[in-house]
Write a protein that binds this ligand. Structure first.
Ligand SMILES: [Mg+2]
Length: 231
């Protein structure tokens, strides 16, 4: 696709759907480490296991179920709201406001949504912290998904119906390849954010054409088309 064709396509879109973590803000070791520790201590307490076992459970459920909380629900009948309340009590002060991203999102035609496997409350707090809460029209988090995480097709369909999204005029951005592929299968345009190299081994897909576009981050990709003067 030429730059001109890409420009035309992007300007025809009316629904912009963004993953949150590692997509609307760069990978943050501070936040990730806190969350990993809280998930670990939650599992240790609820399942009465040691640290190493908790770590193993976390990794294997994330891989098998797409979200640790979904695995804990299925395998151990834990209450997902109890889990998210505990795990997402994070200090987000290391995340900085991103006025450039804020201006860019504001310049996109149509509506902008966050679609995340994290908890709603976490998403709302992060968006406020990075200064994007005013430019996001809605959040569809794991709570709204009934704790069935992306890339489950029923979760995409629920999200698309909730926001009344016209698939042919929508684009999904996600750092997880499986989530990007799932968006494409639903008839959305899809862009893979390749910044989260550490995570890619958990979500690599075999399909070569799993995305329409690939970029290191949202700003690098969209700024030339929507903020050509750079301000
Ligand atoms: Mg992500």
């Amino acid at each position: 696709m030429t730059n001109e064709q890409t420009n035309e396509l992007l300007h025809s879109l009316r629904h912009w759907v963004f993953d949150l973590d590692d997509t609307l803000y760069p990978p943050s070791p501070e936040v990730y480490d806190q969350m990993a520790k809280r998930i670990q201590s939650y599992i240790m307490r609820m399942l009465d296991v040691d640290k190493e076992t908790a770590w193993y459970i976390q990794k294997s459920y994330y891989k098998k179920y797409g979200a640790t909380v979904h695995g804990l629900m299925i395998e151990h009948q834990i209450d997902p709201s109890d889990f998210t309340r505990y795990v997402h009590r994070l200090d987000l002060s290391s995340l900085k406001p991103d006025p450039e991203m804020q201006k860019l999102l504001a310049a996109l035609p149509g509506k902008r949504y966050v679609f995340t496997n994290g908890a709603h409350e976490h998403a709302a707090r992060v968006l406020e912290q990075i200064g994007l809460d005013k430019v996001i029209n809605g959040i569809f988090a794991i709570d709204e998904a009934g704790y069935v995480p992306k890339p489950a097709p029923q979760t995409y369909e629920k999200m698309l119906a909730t926001f009344e999204i016209d698939r042919a005029k929508s684009m999904m951005f996600d750092d997880n390849q499986a989530n990007v592929l799932a968006a494409k299968k639903e008839g959305m345009f899809a862009t893979w954010i390749s910044s989260n190299v550490a995570n890619n081994k958990y979500c690599a897909v075999d399909e070569k054409d799993f995305c329409d576009f690939q970029t290191t981050d949202v700003k690098t990709f969209l700024t030339p088309y929507f903020m050509p003067s750079g301000n």
